[in-house]
Every structure is written in C-alpha cells, then in structure tokens.
Ligand binder design. Structure first.
Ligand code: TXA
Ligand code: MG
Length: 310
C-alpha cells in the first residue's frame, strides 16, 4: 500500500490509480474516505470487498463542484438552498437519482436516490477535480469498525486491501457528515458534522428519518464503530479496571476535551476510541456523559453504536 503526499504529485499518482479502477483512501474534513471511480462497477465492487461491506448499504458520491453534483441528482429549491449554505462541508444530501447520471448501480445499491457530498477538504476537492468525475467513498475502515481520522488508522484497517492512501494528517471535524434525506419531508438520516441546530435555522424542524425497526440510513446498523472492548456510556462513577474516557474536568485515562468543548471532542473521538481499545486489552471502556446538543448529537450517536450489543 502506497502512502502518498497531499501535494500535486501525490494527487497525480492517486488519479492514475483511480483511472485503473483501483482504490485510494483520501482525507476529508470529516473522516478518511475510501475512494473509487463511481462510474465503474469494478471499482465500486472493490470498495465493498475491501471493507467487507454488505451490498445493500449504498455509498456517498463525492463531487468537487455543483455542476458535477447536478449531473448526478435532481436538485429542487430546498436542495439548492442547503447546498448553497453548507457546501463545501460535512453535509450529505440524499436526492432523486438522475436517470442519466451514469453512476454504477452498486453506488446506490439500486435505490432511486443518491447520496451526494461536496467535501471542504482541499485535498479531497483537488483529487476529485483532477479525476474529473465523482468518487464513491465510504469511510476507509473495515465495515463495523471505528472510522479513520488519520492515515495510520487507514493503514491499520485496510493494509493489503487497497492501492494507496493520501496522508493529509488528522481530520478537522472528526465525525462523519450529517445525512439529510430530501423526501416529502426533510429527514435527518444521520447526525454528523453540520449541527441539527444550524440546519433547522434554514429548514425549520427536521423529521427524524427511519423508525426503530429499520435503520435510518441503511448503513446505520445498531452495532458500528465497535472497539474490541465492551463500552459503558454516560459513566458518572469510576470503576476499578475500566479505561475511562473523560469529557471536561475529572479523573480519566484519556480526555475527549479537558475544556468540555464539543468541537474538540468530535475531532478526538475516533482516535481516542482506538487509543482506549489499545490501552484496555479487553477491559471495559467507560465514557463520561456528553451533552446532546450541537456536535454532541453526532458524538452520542456514534457512542451508542460503539456500545451496542454485537
Ligand atoms: O463524512 C462522511 O460522510 C464520510 C466521508 C468519507 O465523506 N463518508 C461516510 O460514508 O461516512 P459511509 O459509507 O461510511 O456512510 C454513508 C452512509 C451510510 O449509512 C449509507 O447507508 C448512507 O450513507 N446512504 C448512502 N446512500 C444512501 C441513500 N441513497 N439513501 C439513504 N442513505 C444512504
Ligand atoms: Mg462508515
């Protein structure tokens, strides 16, 4: 597996690999994505294989500008307004797929909708622009495991299964994009890097997508982001033998944010889950309560999945 620099030369090498139908992981502002040519059945099939991802779980098509986005999906006024406000950035819109989009049907798992995101990270945008078409890119981790926020996380999980990773350092946001379904109602399918509060300021109250029997977005299965160790949430007490992840003041082994800042906590979340896992050697991981506002909503969503029975 090649480690590429986040410069013009690295991007050129990555584009050559992608043109050959191979897979390249790249940094985005949320987490590292595992990129492949979204128009190629072979490349997209390789993404599912490398991750061990179930075929019914569709992928996000990443674009570098609005023109590319509008070739893939039908944008109504609401979609245009959301894109104008939050793109480039950590928001994914699920929209009606255009008949002439040309995407591999594996990207959408044959749904009539497509998830689209225009990332803010300069390396991601430069890569997609240089490739000249959309990249299908799930988070660059084996299915069910913690998402990667650094190139070495990608190497840990996917070594030997993909061609290369562009090393762009640590991801700034640290949790995946917020996913909105623009159906008859605007539905929150996954809380993420754009806060619900910021979206609702534009759209009014969001509906919560899905129901308890059916995962919101098909990939939002109960057990996900799973460390090897069992996880105890909202841990106000300390118990002997546990590795404790703190938030704000108080004794702990690792701290998401000593100053109790949710933005900092989101950026540290996946790295500290990995670090706690390595430290614990199978002992339980206890995590301090996190407020359920702003980015805390995305953090708590990921933590619930990390703690879910498996
Ligand atoms: O921040 C992110 O979104 C990252 C970076 C790499 O961009 N990507 C990411 O991809 O988180 P992934 O594959 O790990 O999560 C995509 C989610 C899945 O839960 C999937 O089910 C959902 O998006 N999804 C994709 N297409 C969909 C569709 N047409 N309808 C509903 N959900 C969809
Ligand atoms: Mg993922």
């Amino acid at each position: 597996m090649q480690i590429l620099a986040p410069d013009a030369d690295g991007i050129q090498r990555a584009v050559a690999l992608l043109r050959g139908g191979l897979l390249v992981a790249f940094p985005t502002e949320t987490v590292y994505g595992l990129g492949g040519d979204a128009m190629s059945d072979l490349a997209v099939a390789r993404i599912y294989a490398a991750k061990g991802r179930p075929r019914f779980n569709p992928l996000i098509a990443h674009v570098s500008d609005m023109a590319m986005a509008r070739r893939l999906a039908v944008f109504d006024d609401k979609a245009e307004a959301l894109a104008a406000r939050f793109w480039p950035g950590p928001l994914t819109l699920v929209l009606p797929l255009r008949m002439d989009a040309g995407l591999s049907p594996y990207v959408t798992a044959e749904l009539p909708t497509v998830a689209i995101r225009l990332p803010a990270h300069p390396v991601a945008r430069a890569l997609i622009a240089a490739f000249g078409g959309p990249l299908a890119a799930p988070s660059a981790n084996p299915s069910g495991r913690v998402s990667p926020t650094r190139a070495d996380h990608v190497v840990d999980g996917l070594q030997g299964r993909i061609a290369a990773v562009i090393d762009g350092g640590a991801c700034e946001v640290g949790v995946e994009s917020t996913i909105l379904g623009l159906f008859a109602r605007t539905e929150l399918l996954r809380p993420g890097g754009v806060t619900v509060e910021a979206i609702e300021a534009l759209t009014g109250p969001l509906a919560i997508g899905g129901d308890t029997a059916r995962p919101n977005a098909p990939g939002q299965l109960a057990s996900h982001y799973a460390p090897n160790a069992p996880v105890r949430l909202k841990a106000v007490d300390t118990r002997a033998g546990e590795v404790r992840i703190g938030f704000g003041d108080g004794p702990c082994d690792l701290n998401l944010s000593p100053k109790a800042d949710l933005i900092e906590a989101a950026a540290n979340l996946f790295h500290l889950l990995r670090a706690a896992d390595a430290l614990s050697q199978g002992r339980p991981i206890a995590i301090a309560p996190i407020p359920d506002t702003g980015l805390g909503r995305a953090i708590n969503d990921r933590l619930r999945r990390a703690a879910a029975p498996r």
